[in-house]
Design a protein around this ligand. Structure first.
Ligand SMILES: NC(=O)c1ccc[n+]([C@@H]2O[C@H](COP(=O)([O-])OP(=O)(O)OC[C@H]3O[C@@H](n4cnc5c(N)ncnc54)[C@H](O)[C@@H]3O)[C@@H](O)[C@H]2O)c1
Ligand SMILES: O=P(O)(O)OC[C@@H](O)[C@@H](O)[C@H](O)[C@H](O)CO
Length: 453
């Protein structure tokens, strides 16, 4: 078996990515590799925090095998769009690319938690890591920083100082209005560093909003072995994904972009209906299953889909969410039918505990908009409240271990009598929920049913 290596030169870097992980490699890097102008849009990819994939990918010249796993077999292709790979700690390289006039696009996958938003959706300036990075940039603009907002601001400021021309930020995390979210955290962070900086950045930075979709679980050792057996390549960093993929983008690119539309991406004016369809029907269902199905002993999404009770809960949630989607009924029905096949694919090992991470960041986006709309219509939506009930049970120690960026402040709220815990935990997501007795009661009753303790 031989390792992967590039035959010719790597493509010139004109695109930078922050948050090199599995999803970026199954999605944005794959779209770029499929674009007709791929050779003009090489990617420099930086991990978000830990060194992660850097050594393995560097040894393979940035190449890796994408395994497309359907219910009845695997497809294999080598993706070659990543030209250079860097650890998060290489801040000099980050600044170097951001101030390079050839670089025109920055994509990001830093998780929902990586935007460091507070309760009002803006930058949470009380976090010690935010304060540390603000102080660092006030002291010296090239100081190393750790958080994603600080990296963006430091890079954009360096670009501004170098007069390197316009640039577009393309967030690819599962957040509604992710372009506006990114614009806001950049503006607020920059304001803290230097009140004149936001104005200077606005002249040359544009923000695009995206809906991204391709289920990409964390690969396991057997996946590495399967690639070797099928292709003969000694690939230490393959990615496994599903055949389905979607990328919807909205907004202006200030300085060009790859021809992603020729690789299947859709550019639309009104992205709202696409966001709601995806975040509610897919991600909301994922979160529902992550907490309910794990309490019933299931480990993966496809395991959960074999359980009639989980399936009924899923349909109930989908019925509640679908009432509020601004799309034709036939489109919604087709999307739901496709999701059943995607979730049930028994060859995809998408662990529920991976999806359960950071519920405090995900549930406000995936469930609460539907809950509010249902309450406004005078209903208590039991499919939605069941997901919240299972999350509260999860936080109280039923099911798998809790891995949440807010566990320090939400964890203590989960102790004590169940009704009190439900009220305070819901209140930590949205104070209005704690004051809604009908919701608190429904969540409490369902929590007792799901995990009596
Ligand atoms: N995996 C999927 O199916 C999928 C699909 C659609 C969207 N996404 C989005 O992509 C994100 C990453 O998913 P993945 O599967 O690539 O995960 P991954 O664990 O493979 O990679 C995550 C990357 O984000 C970085 N990161 C994590 N926390 C961070 C933080 N607080 N600040 C900065 N960087 C941080 C990590 O260092 C790593 O580079 C998801 O959180 C989601 O928003 C994932
Ligand atoms: O990746 P996360 O942690 O934001 O959420 C877990 C899943 O719900 C999510 O990754 C989906 O698999 C994905 O959004 C499908 O496109």
């Amino acid at each position: 078996m031989s390792g992967l290596s590039r035959r010719g030169a790597a493509p010139t870097v004109r695109h930078v990515h922050l948050g090199l992980g599995n999803f970026f490699r199954a999605h944005q890097a794959w779209y770029t590799s499929r674009a007709p102008d791929a050779t003009q849009w090489g990617i420099a990819a930086f991990t978000g925090r830990t060194p992660g994939l850097v050594d393995a990918l560097t040894a393979q010249d940035g190449l890796y095998t994408l395994v497309t796993r359907s219910g009845d077999g695997d497809g294999f292709e080598v993706v070659d769009s990543i030209a250079r790979v860097f650890p998060a700690s290489d801040h000099a390289a980050w600044l170097g690319y951001l101030k390079d006039p050839r670089v025109r696009v920055v994509t990001m996958t830093v998780t929902e938690a990586g935007y460091l938003r507070g309760a009002d959706g803006g930058l949470d300036v009380d976090r010690p890591e935010v304060r540390a990075d603000v102080d660092a940039l006030r002291t010296a603009p090239s100081s190393p920083v750790r958080t994603a907002p600080a990296k963006l601001v430091a890079g954009l400021a360096a670009r501004c100082r170098a007069d390197a021309g316009p640039l577009t930020l393309v967030p690819c995390d599962n957040l509604p209005g992710n372009g506006a979210v990114t614009a806001r955290i950049v503006r607020e962070f920059a304001q803290f560093v230097d009140p004149g900086l936001p104005g200077r950045l606005e002249e040359s930075v544009s923000y695009v909003t995206t809906v991204v979709d391709r289920i990409t679980p964390r690969p396991i050792a057997a996946d590495v072995a399967a690639v070797g057996a099928a292709t003969g390549a000694d690939d230490h960093a393959p990615v496994v994904t599903e055949p389905f993929t979607e990328w919807v983008l909205s907004g202006d690119f200030a300085a060009g972009r790859p021809q992603w539309e020729d690789a299947g991406a859709a550019f639309v004016h009104d992205i709202g209906p696409f966001e709601e369809r995806k975040l509610w029907l897919l991600n909301g269902a994922h979160s529902l299953l992550a907490y309910t199905a794990s309490l019933r002993g299931h480990v993966t999404v496809s395991d959960a889909m074999t359980d009639e009770t989980c399936r009924a809960w899923l349909e109930q949630w989908w019925n509640e969410a679908s009432r509020h989607l601004n799309l034709p009924d036939t489109d919604i029905a087709a999307y739901r039918a496709a999701l059943i096949d995607r979730f049930a694919n028994p060859r995809m090992r998408h662990r529920l505990d991976q999806i359960a991470t950071d519920g405090s960041q995900k549930l406000p986006v995936r469930l609460l908009p539907v809950l509010r709309l249902e309450r406004a219509a005078g209903r208590v939506p039991l499919g939605t409240t069941r997901a919240l009930a299972a999350w509260v049970c999860h936080l109280r120690g039923s099911g798998g271990s809790v891995n949440d960026v807010r566990s320090a402040d939400i964890g203590p709220l989960t102790a004590g009598p169940l009704t009190d815990a439900v009220r305070t935990v819901l209140g930590a997501l949205d104070p209005a929920l704690a004051a809604d007795s009908a919701v608190v009661n429904a969540v409490t009753v369902q929590a007792c049913e799901i995990a009596p303790r």
